[in-house]
Design a protein around this ligand. Structure first.
Ligand code: CAA
Length: 421
């Protein structure tokens, strides 16, 4: 049976920050952020755009754009490391907003940036086992990546969600399920304790852990698959340059040879990155890290743009979750994939965002610390942030989160209220 991704969509917050402007205010050479890390823009979520809002919007986009019948969904898994509650999962809000059948499993998974990939793996096996009884699985990756102002991680923040429908005979990408590699190890590279809204990272060590995990997962994959031709290689991309580091390591692993600095082999691997990886990182460069969904943003990029003419349809997907867990998969891009994606070019939503000034961005970071607390309705009031419609988080009252679908009644310019204290 063929199983894979039948539909995919994303959602991003309504505002973004320009990375050059952030670098200048932090007294850093802008080239460090744009070339050294590879980031151009960073999505910033206001207090009324939490991980539930992003998840629901991505799922709604998927249902609308791919003409999915919600009655056919029998499983909803939300992968996140920006959970809004220690008990109540984001999946039930999605279930309610999409008006899914009550006879549907809905739950949340967590393992840093791997959480949604875990959902994809579970859903794939659920369908392959024959227990899905013709139903489809909705997997959502939703996150707000925050390290805080003036931290080394600040330029690698971001926010957004990706929704995917896993089904048999998929329209977009068929998984090669018999060839998979995975790897796990306890490491302290990146974490977010319960008392903190912001993540902690041992940044350079986390890069090392990522690359070791790639080796562990790829070597297991190769035992079953051998060395195969891959037309494109997609990676978890907390920042674009990480994908370049990962790809160079993959080429080393394939050739069982570690490249010396400034060697011709290293230069060739970087050129290969420019052909097989970089073209699919434009959305990542404009959104930033969205943790669980970052790998799948690159997939959307690839499915929209299509592979080069005549290329083999086989691509690879590498998921990394700090802590750590990694998985290396391959899949075949379906012939009709680009036609489906082109019907609704998702990238347009990036152009519709409004740019924040640095003080506005810092205002949002400060307010984010208050947004989940009891009595946060004033802080989360959408009009305070210049937002007037959509499905939004309105704050916490009586220890319960309030969400509402607002309809715009105002033509106020989106940024008008953002300078509010
Ligand atoms: N012009 C061009 N390039 C420049 C430059 C300039 N003026 N100045 C610096 N650079 C380059 C550096 O050479 C470096 O590139 P290389 O790694 O290729 O040498 C790059 O810019 C970054 O410079 P630094 O390493 O000096 O930057 P930093 O120490 O401030 O921190 C970071 C970088 C470790 C990624 C930090 O942003 C961080 O901690 N981020 C969060 C953790 C993270 O994303 N880890 C990734 C792996 S873990 C994971 O994947 C899970 C997850 O999602 C978090």
């Amino acid at each position: 049976m063929s199983v894979g991704i039948d539909a995919i969509a994303f959602s991003v917050p309504q505002f973004y920050l320009d990375m050059e402007e952030l670098a200048k205010i932090r007294g850093v050479d802008p080239l460090k952020f744009t070339k050294g890390l590879g980031q151009r823009e960073m999505a910033v979520a206001t207090p009324c755009e939490d991980s539930v809002v992003l998840a629901v919007n991505a799922a709604r986009n998927l249902v609308a754009h791919f003409e999915v019948n919600p009655d056919e969904i029998g499983l909803v898994i939300v992968g996140t490391e920006t959970s809004v509650d220690q008990s109540k999962p984001i999946s039930v809000y999605v279930h309610e907003q999409l008006q899914l059948s009550p006879n549907c499993r809905a739950f949340e998974t967590k393992h840093a940036c791997y959480g949604a990939m875990a959902g994809v793996a579970m859903a794939t096996d659920w369908i392959l086992s024959g227990r899905a009884n013709g139903k489809k699985a909705l997997i959502i990756a939703t996150d707000i990546a925050r390290y805080g102002a003036h931290t080394p991680g600040e330029p690698t923040q971001g926010a957004g969600a990706v929704a995917m429908l896993i089904d048999k005979n998929p329209r977009l990408l068929e998984f090669e399920v018999e060839k998979q590699g995975y790897y796990s190890k306890q490491v302290m590279d990146f974490w977010r304790p319960n008392y903190s809204k912001e993540a902690f990272a041992d940044g350079h060590y986390s890069i090392q852990c990522y690359l070791e995990s790639l080796a562990g997962a790829y070597n297991m994959y190769r035992e079953t698959a051998g060395r195969e031709e891959l037309s494109a290689c997609l990676y978890h991309s907390p920042f674009v340059k990480m994908a370049q580091k990962a790809h160079v390591r993959l080429v080393e692993l394939q050739g069982e040879n570690d490249f010396a600095e400034k060697s011709p082999e290293l230069a060739a691997a970087v050129r290969d990155y420019a052909n097989r990886v970089a073209p699919y990182l434009e959305i990542n460069a404009r959104v930033g890290n969205i943790y669980t969904g970052s790998l799948f943003l690159s997939l959307i990029n690839l499915l929209e743009d299509g592979l080069p003419t005549g290329a083999s349809p086989r691509i690879s997907l590498f998921s990394y979750g700090s802590g750590c867990m990694a998985e290396f998969w391959t899949g075949l891009v379906m012939p009709e994939a680009q036609r489906w994606m082109k019907r609704h070019p998702f990238r347009q939503s990036l152009d519709q965002r409004a740019k924040l000034s640095i003080p506005q961005y810092e205002n949002i970071l400060e307010a984010a610390g208050q947004a989940d607390k009891e009595g946060s309705e004033e802080i989360c009031n959408p009009s305070r942030w210049g937002i007037h419609d959509g499905f939004l988080y309105l704050g916490n009252r009586n220890h319960q989160r309030i969400y509402q679908n607002l309809l715009s009644t105002s033509s106020t310019k989106p940024l008008a209220a953002l300078s509010a204290p």
